[in-house]
Unconditional design. Sequence first.
Length: 183
Amino acid sequence: MAEARHWLPAAAAALLLAVWGAAGVEVRNWGRDIVTNPAQFVTVRSADDIVEVVRDGESYPAPVRALGSRHSNTKVIMADGGTVVNMRKMNAILGHDESKLTVTVEAGALYIDVSEYLQKHGLMHYVNTEFGSITSGAAAVAHTKDAAFVGEHGQISSYVVGVKIVTADGERLHKSRAVHDAM
Ligand SMILES: Cc1cc2nc3c(=O)[nH]c(=O)nc-3n(C[C@H](O)[C@H](O)[C@H](O)COP(=O)(O)OP(=O)(O)OC[C@H]3O[C@@H](n4cnc5c(N)ncnc54)[C@H](O)[C@@H]3O)c2cc1C
């Protein structure tokens, strides 16, 4: 959003913002049994966009909740009167490291797309979920688990080795398991 405002004429920027951000939207989960009515539903395309959202509490009121593919069946997406941040357009697969056996993706990248990327390189996720439409970001922070190898608990978040985070006050943090014991 910030980038668009820099180079677009005001009218075009306003049109684009109208597409990216919508007020008074009803958001339902995949099962359609959990519903929330945020004041704002905003689609972000970069970390800069997320920083802009969390720093502008007037336009994007709290609570602010990230949204992946809406597959959760608990009330974790509830943001009545607040802001839902749709992560699905931040879906780039940024690359992998053959020696470290890691892959780096944006939070909105679907698990199946990352799996297909890895397959092209003769690799695979260590934990493979029964369905691919969850986002990597949700899988990394939630308790999502599935079949894995014998003796494995199969929780996807156990295999996250680094994250870039935007905090509630807009600070950017980079945490890596190699440096931060708490991960
Ligand atoms: C048919 C079906 C089958 C399922 N099977 C299983 C199963 O076998 N095993 C299992 O563990 N789960 C299962 N689930 C649950 C689902 O896999 C998890 O809830 C998963 O985390 C949902 O991913 P999502 O992208 O849809 O996230 P959402 O439902 O959109 O969000 C999940 C949570 O993650 C947070 N979040 C999303 N993106 C981000 C981000 N970028 N940064 C920070 N927080 C974020 C959200 O705020 C929310 O709290 C199933 C769900 C369905 C509908």
